[in-house]
Design a protein around this ligand. Structure first.
Ligand code: HEM
Length: 455
């Protein structure tokens, strides 16, 4: 039976409204999506550059759009263009390649493996804070970018990139700079310009490629199984033989994807968490009380990193609430691959479908006083009283974040291990708001400058 679909579209912002939105060149800023949700309701519609744009703002729609109707969509033009940089990795690939790659990468993220990574997370967080001095003020966003890069490098590729951390993080930053270019037509031609910004991106690409290909070649030569993700990807190639296995190029694409996807988002999430800690000393003291109890136990070597994680329920709620207020992935975008009917509405092929974490996470229907930081919103009974998809910082459906458990473990352990020894504040008066930049990911626009005092 064919559903009769209406072409009478729901309301949305006019051209004039959108021209007034300063973020129009970045496709849409987070304020724009939040304002649309507040003004026009659960489904917002407008046209941009000749395309229909639908914004879905209700938790039930998260399930319907991202899970139920996923077969009718693809990742969209930006991810297609990002292939110039990322190749056919998990982020950019479409079915059926995506499912196959996901099956090969998934074992690297099993619970037991993540539990093993916990030790490295604690060790590197401890090494970072051992270089801090009481009374120092510094940009903790920068520290988190370095820390998460080191952790990702070590856990996934058993490579301690500390000596190269500056080179890699500069390369990764320049590289991330390509992604906004992907919104423009012919980005591959732009990339051919040998000087200026495109030239820097190409140089970064070369540096990162050379690092990753060297890692792959070293592993093949030594034949040693390091028990990390890279060994696993190489083994899957051997096991499947030349026909169905992964080529060096595919392995490079997955390594680069994981390095980029795993590093920036978690660093941004941790920066939001520490901003909120500095802003809310009362909450910070509760994290301290919980962490110091557990770590005293751990120092008697009775607890593994995974057990420490399980015994930090309050810190877990702090992380959950921070990712609600400041979701590092602030909007999930899809493109309709075919024309289809959604709740009686005609969705033409080629429409841009937006499901904004930031608008749903800040909706007062599910989170009264949404900009009030309250970790108890994540007590089990409070979660049970909300619709299931009112919280989806890691997405939903077949493309849900593969690194979700890794990110939880990292954020909670780094939070607890820092606050256990350090009291964070601001060098001047506490800022009321954190200026944000919402491009590919949501990040603090001007960093997060904190002062640290040794406890
Ligand atoms: C707080 C930290 C993180 C957040 C908020 C986050 C969020 C997300 C979201 C929302 C998606 C789905 C995007 C979509 O549906 O279009 C995603 C996908 C992905 N994430 Fe994460 N992520 C985080 C950390 C990580 C880490 C630590 C890794 C790896 C080490 C990682 C690797 C990936 C990959 C590979 C994908 C693509 C999965 C696929 O399409 O099959 N992420 N992430």
């Amino acid at each position: 039976m064919t559903e009769i679909a209406s072409t009478h579209y729901p309301p949305g912002p006019s051209y004039r409204d959108r021209l007034r939105n300063p973020g129009i060149l970045h496709l849409s800023t987070h304020e724009f999506l939040e304002r649309n949700a507040g003004t026009y309701g659960d489904i917002v519609h407008y046209r941009a550059f000749g395309r229909h744009v639908f914004q879905f703002n209700h938790p039930e729609m998260v399930q319907e759009v991202l899970v139920r109707d996923a077969a009718m969509q693809h990742r969209g033009i930006v991810m297609q263009r990002a292939k110039f940089v990322l190749g056919e990795g998990l982020l950019t690939s479409e079915e059926p390649i995506h499912m196959r790659q996901r099956r090969l990468v998934q074992p690297g993220f099993h619970r037991q493996r993540i539990a093993d990574y916990g030790g490295t997370m604690l060790q590197f967080a401890g090494e970072m804070t051992s270089r801090w001095h009481s009374g120092d003020s510094f940009d903790i966003h920068r520290s988190m970018l370095e820390l998460t890069l080191r952790i990702t490098g070590k856990c996934l590729f058993d490579s301690d990139v500390e000596s190269e951390v500056k080179t890699i993080s500069d390369s990764v930053t320049a590289f991330m700079g390509f992604l906004p270019l992907a919104f423009l037509p012919y980005p591959h031609l732009l990339l051919k310009i040998p000087f200026g910004f495109p030239g820097r991106i190409r140089k970064s690409q070369k540096k990162l490629d050379s690092l990753i290909y060297t890692m792959i070649a070293d592993r093949r030569r030594s034949g040693i199984d390091h028990g990390d993700l890279l060994s696993m990807l190489l083994a899957s190639q051997d096991a499947e033989g030349g026909t169905g296995g992964m080529t060096d190029r595919q392995i490079r694409d997955e390594c680069l994807t994981l390095l980029l996807a795993g590093h920036e988002t978690t660093a941004n999430g941790l920066s939001f968490i520490f901003f909120l800690m500095a802003q809310h000393p009362d909450v910070q003291e509760k994290v301290f009380a919980e962490a110091s109890d557990i770590f005293e136990d751990a120092s008697s070597q009775t607890l593994s990193a995974a057990e420490i994680y399980d015994r930090l329920p309050y810190s877990q709620r702090v992380v959950a609430e921070a990712l609600r207020m400041y979701p590092p992935v602030w909007v999930t975008a899809r493109t309709a691959a075919v024309s289809y009917a959604y709740r009686g509405l005609a969705i033409p092929a080629g429409s841009l479908l937006l499901v904004p974490q930031i608008a749903i996470h800040r909706d007062a229907r599910w989170y009264p006083e949404p900009m009030h930081f309250n970790p108890d919103r994540f007590l089990p009974e409070a979660i049970a009283a909300r619709p299931r998809h009112a919280y989806f910082p890691f997405g939903a459906g077949s493309r849900i974040c593969i690194g979700e458990n890794f990110a939880w473990m990292e954020a909670v352990l780094v939070l607890a291990s820092v606050i256990r020894n350090w009291r964070l504040g601001f060098p001047g008066p506490a800022p009321k708001e954190l200026p944000l930049s919402a491009q590919i990911s949501l990040r603090p626009r001007d960093g997060v400058v904190v002062s640290a005092a040794k406890r």
